[in-house]
Design a binder for this molecule. Structure first.
Ligand code: RAM
Length: 346
């Protein structure tokens, strides 16, 4: 399973913060009895990431990594993963429709678009279906959203990391995922506000790699040609930051153009070790999926509703509270760097 390597974790200077950020990450199979009210068994759920083939979602969803499907299994429910091949509503919607046709108890979805899925999801919810979004929200057409970290916190900290690396000065660009992605757009909104704190920094442009490695590579190369004075890139997507790191890992750019964003430690390790990237962030994707799976079962069992203030015990992750806006917050993002990256294996 995905975990901190326990022995190493103890040696990390920031061990306490790290343990908090990933609370539950290293805990094995916990008691499935959780909330104060009994949970039903034999319910069925479709787990629908933005797209298939993105290792971030493989981690958030799989039994092996202790993600969403693991939580479902642990609770005695049925579950499977399905989606389209690209992170766009046009590709995800047919998978959602096909999943609904099987009459599941609930859907656990990372939304490719804030509104395009809504007619389908609304009609499903009207018939009694539960919709839990995780990772990327569709705020007007779901029962609950499991947010990985505060939206403001992610957006602001990305800019603050970049500002530190650039001594508060220079032109930057953003390599995002799909132009319709709710999560990336929300984070970028906070990045733009945070940038106002740094008058000597400017945002040249935002480009979209669609969470397709080849596209993210192309748009990064395009940026470097179009903006010869570019000093930094923020890529708030695990696919984008990896592609950008590969492009920047040459003598021409390494150390001259800073890169930060959201990446998985396993993928980013070589680029942190060779100095292409100094710091980047993420949460534990498996914990995010696990919490989404657990919440879906709590809701479907009517052990909780989506009203704020209710608490429940999410298995190995411990106690969680329903917050305002029908959301549950996983925790804080974690900052990875050369000193700690080897303590993580996901
Ligand atoms: C990509 C996806 C996902 C996002 C991560 C950080 O894998 O776009 O939605 O949360 O990056």
């Amino acid at each position: 399973m995905i975990q901190l390597r326990r022995g190493n974790a103890r040696r990390v200077a920031t061990g306490v913060a790290l343990a908090c950020a990933f609370a539950g990450a290293s805990i094995g199979v916990a008691s499935a009895a959780s909330s104060s009210k009994p949970l039903k068994k034999g319910l069925s759920f479709a787990v629908i990431p933005k797209n298939l083939g993105n290792s971030y979602f493989t981690t958030s969803d799989s039994v092996k990594t202790h993600g969403a499907l693991y939580a479902l299994k642990q609770l005695g429910e049925k579950g499977y993963e399905t989606s389209g091949s690209t992170a766009l509503a046009s590709s995800q919607l047919p998978a959602i429709t096909a999943a609904i046709a099987k009459k599941p108890t609930g859907l656990i979805i990372s939304a490719t678009d804030p509104t395009a899925l809504c007619p389908t999801l609304d009609s499903y919810m009207k018939k009694g279906g539960i919709v839990v979004t995780y990772d990327s929200d569709a705020p007007t057409c779901r029962t609950m959203f499991i947010n990985q970290a505060t939206t403001a916190g992610i957006g602001e900290s990305e800019v603050d990391i970049m500002a530190k690396e650039l001594n508060d000065t220079g032109q930057i660009a953003i390599v995002s995922a799909a132009q319709t992605a709710t999560n990336q757009n929300a984070w970028i909104g906070y990045m733009q506000t945070e940038l106002k704190k740094y008058p000597n920094m400017s945002l040249a442009t935002i480009v979209y790699g669609n969470d397709v490695p080849a596209t993210a590579t192309q748009v990064t190369q395009g940026l470097l040609q179009q903006y010869p004075n570019l000093k930094g890139i923020i890529s708030p997507t695990t696919v984008g930051i990896l592609a950008a790191a590969q492009v920047l890992d040459t003598p021409q750019y390494k150390g001259k153009i800073q890169l930060t964003g959201l990446g998985t430690p396993d993928a980013m390790k070589p680029y942190v070790e060779d100095g292409t990237v100094t710091q980047f962030e993420l949460w534990n994707p498996a914990n995010l999926g696990y919490l989404a799976g657990y919440t879906a079962v709590e809701l479907a069992s009517k052990a909780i509703t989506n009203k704020p203030g209710q608490t429940f015990n999410a298995g190995s992750l411990g106690k969680y509270k329903v917050g305002s806006g029908h959301t549950i917050l996983l925790g804080k993002p974690y900052v990875f760097d050369k000193a700690n990256i080897n303590n993580f294996n996901f």
